[in-house]
Design a protein around this ligand. Structure first.
Ligand SMILES: Cc1cc2nc3c(=O)[nH]c(=O)nc-3n(C[C@H](O)[C@H](O)[C@H](O)COP(=O)(O)OP(=O)(O)OC[C@H]3O[C@@H](n4cnc5c(N)ncnc54)[C@H](O)[C@@H]3O)c2cc1C
Length: 451
């Protein structure tokens, strides 16, 4: 078969990973084409207008340690603004009581606080021993990968409320999987990828800023700069390859390339047929990677009424349907938006309800935190990533028990001219846009060094 187009590098997937790889390859003088299934670029970054309100349906926050993302924002000339955080935050404890607090220490009993401080110290020590790009190399990695995070917490700490809160910051808030489904090593990796467990707990740090106009501006601006090289509406279903290059036929076009970058989540790699098949280890590693599940709920009100009541809009509880919530009001907007997250088992439970009942249950949880006015939003929207065939979940994918040490070292292996990566396989910035940009840059660098 002869090709209609011949390029140095073909990139599959126009998310942050694929577009940043293509951008770096273009800057390095390589000819590039990017094929994207959807009719838009950005993948898990998506800003859309819903009932007259601009909502960040996917990823949105930027934290001060995310150097790759901060450098990209500079490069693209994008501006950020600080999340509103003045006022008191809300916590609902094991006793069902609602309490307000300021700062990062939850208003729990002194014994619970002491245990949380102790376990936080243990997780910080463990994460300091880990290179997040090689978690399987840390001392004791295999043993930590054989116990669930819940099991490790039960062995480590006798206090239920302390355990539930520590679990929440990794399970519900990050991996969006129940703490009994992933290993303690995976939990430590999540912490190490953000610098420390203390960073993850510190919402002032981890959810610091947003991009004016939305974080999707990163892929949108990259795509604009790449111009005609980016082709949306091209779902790559089949790749033919040899040691010397690849051939892809898609949307009536056959493209030949010396290198192929597949910048899609591990689960989406499995949708593509390879001829000849990829080495079996490539499929096996990805069979042990699965998406977490979280519903991101946006509720917009005529005003940010909670601020008038002295509340910041920040709320946490491992016992509430909405385990965390924040003021998500857009830059320079008079309407107020709350964003809340319903994760893993709670997400399963509410997704089994009718849409009306689910809205009632979720708004009732926001009312517990912010009072009756939270029950009457002018606009209500649930980001639904479960129904997205190209990802089937949020925020990202991670290994099942034991997978990190058993398959992790093979996950980034190239197969001949094919490299595969996304934020789901990042070290620093794992499951975040920062990690996507790091993986994109690494894949581009290895191609530039080779050819
Ligand atoms: C609800 C939600 C909230 C989040 N919050 C944050 C946050 O606050 N901060 C943060 O940093 N991160 C956040 N994230 C995570 C962040 O959005 C992702 O880690 C990042 O955007 C992933 O980028 P990626 O390019 O690696 O993958 P993706 O964005 O998934 O891009 C992959 C692309 O490949 C395309 N594709 C797949 N298969 C094919 C195929 N066969 N042919 C062609 N194209 C294909 C897809 O359509 C997609 O566009 C959040 C994610 C979600 C869903």
């Amino acid at each position: 078969m002869s090709a209609d187009e011949q390029v140095d590098v073909l990139v599959v997937g126009a998310g942050a990973t694929g577009l940043s790889a293509a951008y770096a390859l273009g800057a390095g003088g390589r000819s590039v084409v990017v094929l994207e299934s959807r009719d838009r670029v950005g993948g898990r970054l998506w800003t859309d207008e819903v009932d007259g309100v601009d909502l960040e349906i996917g990823g949105q926050w930027v934290s001060p340690d995310q150097e790759a993302l901060l450098a990209m924002l500079d490069e693209l000339g994008l501006e950020t603004f600080e999340r509103h955080r003045e006022g008191e935050s809300v916590y609902v404890g094991l006793d069902g009581q609602r309490r307000t607090f300021t700062g990062e220490v939850l208003p729990v009993a002194p014994t619970v606080e002491a245990e949380m401080t102790r376990v936080t110290g243990l997780l910080d020590d463990l994460s300091a021993q880990m290179d997040p790009s090689r978690p399987w190399d840390m001392p004791g990695a295999v043993a930590l990968d054989q116990v669930t995070f819940l099991g490790w917490l039960e062995q480590t700490c006798d206090d239920q409320e302390a355990r539930d809160n520590i679990a929440m910051f990794i399970a519900q808030a990050m991996l969006t999987k129940p703490a009994h489904t992933f290993s303690a090593l995976q939990a430590v990796h999540m912490a190490a990828s953000a610098g420390s467990f203390s960073n993850l707990v510190d919402s002032e740090f981890i959810l610091d800023r947003r991009v004016i106009g939305g974080l999707q501006k990163v892929p949108l601006t990259l795509a604009e700069r790449l111009g005609e090289a980016v082709r949306t509406g091209h779902d790559v279903e089949k790749v033919s390859w040899t040691a010397d290059g690849v051939m892809v036929t898609c949307g009536g076009l056959t493209i030949a390339a010396r290198h192929l970058v597949i910048a899609v989540p591990p689960t989406a790699v499995m949708r593509i047929r390879f001829e000849p098949p990829l080495p079996s280890i490539q499929r096996e590693t990805r069979q042990h990677h699965s998406f977490g599940q979280v519903i991101k709920v946006h509720a917009t009100y005529d005003t940010p009424f909670w601020r008038g009541a002295g509340l910041s809009g920040t709320a946490f509880s491992p016992y509430e349907v909405v385990h965390e919530a924040y003021d998500n009001t857009n830059h320079d907007e008079s309407r107020g938006t709350l964003v809340g997250f319903v994760s893993d088992l709670q997400a399963d439970a509410v997704l089994a309800l009718s849409a009306e009942r689910r809205r009632e249950v979720i708004l009732s949880s926001l009312q517990t935190y912010f009072g009756p006015a939270a029950g009457e939003p002018a606009t209500y929207f649930e980001s639904d990533w479960t129904s997205e065939e190209l990802g089937s979940g949020a925020y990202g994918s991670s290994f099942d028990l034991g997978g990190l040490t058993r398959f992790g070292p093979r996950l980034r292996e190239a197969a001949g001219p094919i490299q595969i990566g996304s934020s789901d396989v990042a070290g620093l910035g794992f499951q975040h846009v920062d990690g996507a940009l790091r993986v994109g840059a690494e894949m581009a660098r290895s191609i530039l060094e080779e050819s």
